[in-house]
Design a protein around this ligand. Structure first.
Ligand code: ZN
Length: 121
């Protein structure tokens, strides 16, 4: 049963927000595939410092890709819950998640209380 606090219009707007986000993340992950390629700079021509620079930039690109992949996973899970009709519930305590919170983060899977608990624990 879908979250009774959400009306059809709210649910629809959250769904389109999730789908938009999924599209953006997929695009980001596709366009950044070369971040996993090995660093192949010629050490003699670019020098050691810029080689380290390149490695650091690549590590940053990898980290942001990893984050994008995790977010994409959460977005897909949220869309799956939506399809199953159990979207909008806290995965920890089972309480409904407020629309304001879902609007800010449509892939949220925890209510504010549980989120805070998991962060402070
Ligand atoms: Zn909760």
């Amino acid at each position: 049963m879908p979250n009774p606090d959400l009306d059809a219009r709210q649910l629809e707007s959250l769904r389109s927000a999730l789908e938009k986000r999924r599209g953006e993340l997929e695009l980001l992950l596709r366009s950044g595939t070369d971040a996993s390629a090995p660093v192949t700079l010629d050490q003699q021509s670019v020098g050691r410092v810029s080689r380290i620079d390149a490695i650091q930039q690549q590590q940053m690109a990898r980290a942001s890709q990893q984050q994008a992949r995790q977010t994409l996973r959460r977005v897909e899970l949220a869309l799956g819950r939506m399809a199953d009709g159990d979207y909008g519930y806290c995965q920890h305590c089972g309480e409904t998640i407020a629309y304001a919170r879902l609007e800010a983060q449509p892939f949220a899977s925890l209510c504010v209380d549980c989120q805070q608990n998991s962060e402070t624990r």
